[in-house]
Design a protein around this ligand. Structure first.
Ligand SMILES: Cc1ncc(COP(=O)(O)O)c(C=O)c1O
Length: 396
């Protein structure tokens, strides 16, 4: 009988929570209308949308008007970066100085590169062995002056948590602060430093909402130029008909993710330890000559996502890893999900100092809120078996 796949790719996507799905279906069944329509059914749809906005604002500690619903975090990051830079540039005579790091997701690095091509200056800070931005380098660059800093909360590949507090310490300065908060939400407590971000982005499908809904929190800086022209919805910042049912599902999943954060983090850490032990122990027994796997995720809980392991297998041909994992029915990821299909090694791992070969021979294992230590043990054992077979072929 075929084994069922074990899922360890939560940083790419999570299953929709049943409660969020129920909220979606209920809203779509009961109020399937345009929330901008002035008739009674339209006003009911608007009620669902605005209730969701109020709930999101309450959960995140901001005002209703700060919540901009988008199609996901990629759109939210683009809206924030293009919107803030173009809004600011209109008032400034000179090109802007943009500060970020090579560990950012392509949803951030893409727009930054495009802004660079428009003539703005882009400085990418060096990163450490885990893709983390060193506090001293960040502080120094902020002291030297920047018009906008884009720094993620946590990295999707290595799980490193970035020093947002250093940016927050400079909050009184003229630097605008954008944070891609996608990977931290629901895994770590909301950091105080997030409150000093002018804008931050969230993605629903990373914490149990359906795909196709995200949020940009924009604290009314008045700087944001819209990306789209259209009907003026969401105070003109994101024109286009909103999706009340998706917004309701997002608010529901956010509520649950924040409520469960602590227990998820505790269980996910135990799962990570179980997975690592099963992997290293199983590999050593099955193929004693195989080199020990290398951990690229930070050690210790302070600066790490609790659910993420990033593991390199020295000497293995990275192209064989995914098919081997697939064959043994474990769903993991190489690099970020967006670049999984591409043969190029992860730019985050290269920036963190891995060689091209080692970066290619790296897997990300990320546990969702349903994972248990027993499930993780089984996953680690399956991966050990798959990797042992590859080492046997490679080293004989
Ligand atoms: C850190 C980070 N930022 C942004 C995104 C993009 O999010 P979305 O899939 O909602 O466009 C992702 C998705 O993988 C991510 O991990």
């Amino acid at each position: 009988m075929a084994k069922t796949s074990l899922y360890f790719d939560a940083n790419a996507d999570t299953v929709v929570r049943p409660e969020a799905l129920a909220a979606l279906i209920q809203a779509e069944r009961e109020t399937p209308y345009n929330p901008a329509s002035l008739h009674r059914p339209g006003r009911r749809a608007q009620g669902v949308l605005e209730d969701a906005r109020t709930q999101v604002a309450r959960l995140l500690g901001c005002e209703d008007r700060d919540v901009v619903f988008t199609s996901g975090a990629t759109e939210a990051c683009n809206l924030a970066l293009f919107g803030m830079v173009r809004g600011q540039a209109a008032a400034a005579a000179a090109p802007l100085r943009l500060l970020s790091s090579p560990s950012e997701h392509p949803a951030v690095l893409g727009p930054l590169r495009m802004l660079q091509a428009e003539g703005h200056h882009l400085q990418l800070l060096p990163v450490d062995r885990h893709g983390g931005v060193p506090q001293a380098a960040l502080s120094e660059a902020l002291e030297a002056g920047a018009d906008l800093v884009a720094l993620q909360w946590a990295n999707n590949e290595t799980g490193v948590v970035q020093p947002l507090e250093v940016v927050a310490e400079h909050a009184a300065s003229a630097t605008n602060f954008f944070c891609d908060a996608v990977q931290g939400l629901g895994k770590l407590p909301l950091p105080a430093a997030l409150q000093s971000a002018d804008c931050y982005a969230l993605s629903g499908h990373k914490f149990g909402a359906p795909k196709g809904i995200g949020v940009l929190i924009e604290r009314g800086s008045g700087l944001l130029e819209p990306l789209l022209g259209g009907g003026g919805q969401q105070r003109g910042r994101r024109p286009g008909t909103e999706a009340p049912a998706l917004a309701a599902a997002f608010a529901c999943a956010l509520d649950l993710a924040l409520a469960e954060q602590q227990s998820y983090a505790t269980t996910a850490r135990a799962c990570g330890e179980a997975f690592w032990l099963a992997l290293t122990g199983g590999l050593h027994s099955a193929c004693p000559g195989a080199p020990r796997p290398l951990a690229n995720h930070p050690q210790g809980p302070e600066r790490a996502l609790p659910n993420t392991l990033c593991i390199s297998f020295p000497g293995l041909d990275g192209r064989l890893l995914m098919p081997a994992c697939d064959a043994t029915r474990i769903a993991v990821s190489t690099g970020s999900a967006c670049s999984s299909g591409a043969p190029t090694p992860s730019s985050v791992l290269l920036a963190a100092g891995l060689s091209e070969d080692l970066a290619r021979a790296t897997l990300r294992i990320s546990m969702d809120h349903l994972c248990t230590p027993a499930y993780a043990l089984e996953g680690g054992a399956r991966l050990a078996g798959a990797v042992a077979r590859l080492y046997e072929l490679a080293i004989g």
